[in-house]
Design a protein. Structure first.
Length: 284
């Protein structure tokens, strides 16, 4: 447990220019203009404080914290200062103005955009990639990003028809995974598939109505090579033109009586199936 730096003046006015600048990042157009986004809570801020973007600059720019949170999370405050971030002690009212949650946890970081160029991801010769095509729900996007991180994926790609990577709900749902693996944004799905295939990656579309069964693919031993999974909108799946781009359209088998799996669960099953098959192939 650390000790708050009492020499830091406390921000007590929600009308402070610093507070107003952070508060406007709740809106996508301002995030895009400033190329900044908000990360809330100890886990996200801890990850941000230790992260550098593709350009090598520290990701965390500014941190708002209550005195109580600074005392409780002293190591995070120290890491934020060490990264060069400005740290502001703020009243609970100020944190409530900046926060996008009902019950703020006392830490809100202002972070630089951290997405990577798609060409940089391809140059790294990825073995496992999640492609989010037409995913509009920010919570789903953040959760799939978290699943990809957990499965050991090398990258995530959000197509131009998908939700904003930096939507506050997406950032919260990823629980810090935004800072763990490269993410490309705004890539047309045709360009994503073409680039991945040129890089030697097999492209699979995950769809409940897919012609191929995931279990059959695993049994056939065809899952051990570099693989990208395309995941679509939870409500209406993948458009036919996107399905047609893939090397195969694969369904997760439903062995029980459930009607279907939600997007994040299906993504976790597919990504872990590929990760296991790839590990087994390397072990031979």
């Amino acid at each position: 447990m650390g000790t708050a730096d009492q020499a830091t003046p406390e921000l007590i006015s929600p009308r402070s220019p610093r507070v107003a600048a952070a508060r406007r990042l709740a809106k996508r157009n301002f995030r895009g203009k400033d190329r900044l986004f908000l990360a809330e809570g100890p886990q996200a801020v801890r990850e941000a404080a230790g992260h550098r973007g593709p350009d090598g600059r520290p990701t965390l720019v500014e941190l708002f914290t209550t005195v109580e949170a600074a005392e409780r999370y002293g190591e995070i405050i120290a890491a934020a200062r060490a990264s060069g971030a400005r740290v502001h002690h703020a009243s609970a009212d100020v944190l409530a103005e900046v926060s996008q949650t009902v019950t703020p946890q006392g830490l809100v970081g202002v972070c630089r955009f951290l997405d990577s160029p798609f060409e940089q991801i391809l140059a790294a010769r990825p073995k496992l990639v999640a492609v989010l095509a037409h995913v509009r729900d920010p919570g789903n996007a953040g959760t799939v990003l978290r699943c990809a991180d957990a499965a050991g994926a090398d990258a995530v790609v959000l197509t131009d028809a998908s939700v904003d990577l930096y939507n506050p709900k997406s950032v919260r749902a990823s629980v810090g995974s935004h800072f763990h693996l490269p993410v490309a944004v705004g890539v047309p799905v045709e360009q994503a598939v073409r680039g991945l295939r040129t890089a030697g990656v097999r492209v699979l579309a995950a769809d409940g109505a897919g012609e191929d069964d995931l279990d059959d693919q695993l049994d056939a031993g065809s899952m051990g090579g570099p693989t990208a999974w395309i995941f679509g909108n939870e409500a209406w799946g993948l458009p036919e033109e996107t399905r047609a781009l893939a090397d195969a359209v694969v369904r997760v088998p439903i062995h029980g009586r459930a009607e279907s799996l939600n997007l994040a669960t299906a993504a976790a099953v597919c990504l872990y199936a590929s990760a296991r098959a790839q590990r087994a192939g390397r072990a031979r």
